[in-house]
Write a protein that binds this ligand. Sequence first.
Ligand code: ATP
Ligand code: AMP
Ligand code: MG
Length: 187
Amino acid sequence: MRVIIGGIPGVGKTTVLDELVREGYRVENYGDVMLKEAISREYAKNRDELRKLPVEEQKEIQKIAAEKLSQFDDVIIDTHFSVSTKDGYLPGLPIPVLNVLHPDLLISMEADPLDIFERRKNDPMRNRDKDSLERIRAHLEANRSYGITYSAMTGSPLLVVMNENGKAKEASEKIASVVRQCNGGNL
Ligand code: ATP
Ligand code: AMP
Ligand code: MG
């Protein structure tokens, strides 16, 4: 079973999925795979440079990353349903990517916009965009809309999981419980 989780920067995808890694689930980070490709092509040096690359370069390495990730049949993929670029929102799962990855379940991870604003501000590990609350709200809406679109395109369900402050474990438990029910939970 292939599960794809999308959410805007700082919503807490990696934090929540780290809980599932500890429980033995295979989790792959789409950005890790893209970064490896970008470094080998000398396009970028760190993950926060990826969304600033020319869109054509982002699309090129996005497709390669999908092909690399398609080697895993039973996996949870940590990614973005839409990437905020200087040209506007770039779909994280355009048709060529969906055709390679064939997700069985899509999950939109969401949180209160103010919590996301604070999480970004207090996370020194990353060079995240300093978006206003309004922009964070707009991106959350876009993320959900892209998720609905991917669900309609693939026929796979879209689950919304809230990652409330101090409740990353609860969010991971929700994901684990749905994955167990779906498809015999083969993950
Ligand atoms: P990106 O897309 O940029 O990789 P992300 O969605 O993976 O972002 P994380 O890096 O997991 O986000 O989390 C961002 C910050 O928010 C981290 O400092 C993390 O510790 C914090 N955080 C995540 N979940 C919660 C939570 N439930 N309560 C409080 N803080 C949280
Ligand atoms: P992350 O660590 O999840 O923020 O991933 C690092 C970067 O990889 C993101 O900020 C995006 O620029 C890029 N990325 C991740 N997933 C995708 C995707 N599906 N399509 C395009 N870019 C992506
Ligand atoms: Mg992350």
